[in-house]
Design a protein around this ligand. Structure first.
Ligand code: HEC
Length: 108
């Protein structure tokens, strides 16, 4: 009987953990985040569909292997001609942009 309780408990924890990670990756407000992507000029360097231009495409090579956290770090710090956004945007905005790149642009 105790084993059964333990099993039920573990299943519940597992289900919660899965639901959590899926929820975390979904962009809260796609339209607002798309607007931010345009306002902050990401679109100028990376293109409306993320195919690149001045900056790299998000859809090929190493960019496709990065985690949401990794993408968020890159948006925060910038690199080369890409400006740093950590002074201009708050942590939540950076996180939403990272999820936008990951989910909406890369379709992962
Ligand atoms: C002035 C042009 C420019 C702007 C504006 C810009 N980027 Fe970039 N971005 C770049 C360049 C160039 C790189 C490649 C830097 C490097 O690694 O040398 C890059 C890299 C990145 C990467 C990492 C790609 C990889 O290799 O995985 C991400 C993610 C990214 N940019 C997102 C954004 C987002 C989101 C915005 C808007 C908030 C933005 N960028 C604004 C030029 C730009």
């Amino acid at each position: 009987m105790n084993y059964l309780k333990l099993l039920v408990f573990l299943c519940a924890v597992f289900a919660l953990a899965c639901g959590q990670s899926k929820g975390d990756l979904a962009v809260k407000d796609v339209a607002a985040t798309r607007a931010l992507y345009t306002e902050q000029k990401c679109v100028v360097c990376h293109g409306e569909k993320g195919d690149g231009g001045i900056g790299p495409s998000f859809k090929v090579g190493a960019a496709m292997t990065r985690s949401v956290e990794d993408i968020a770090t890159r948006i925060g710090t910038g690199a080369g001609v890409m400006p740093s956004f950590k002074e201009k945007l708050n942590q939540e905005q950076i996180q939403e942009l990272a999820k936008f790149v990951y989910k909406e642009i890369q379709g992962r």
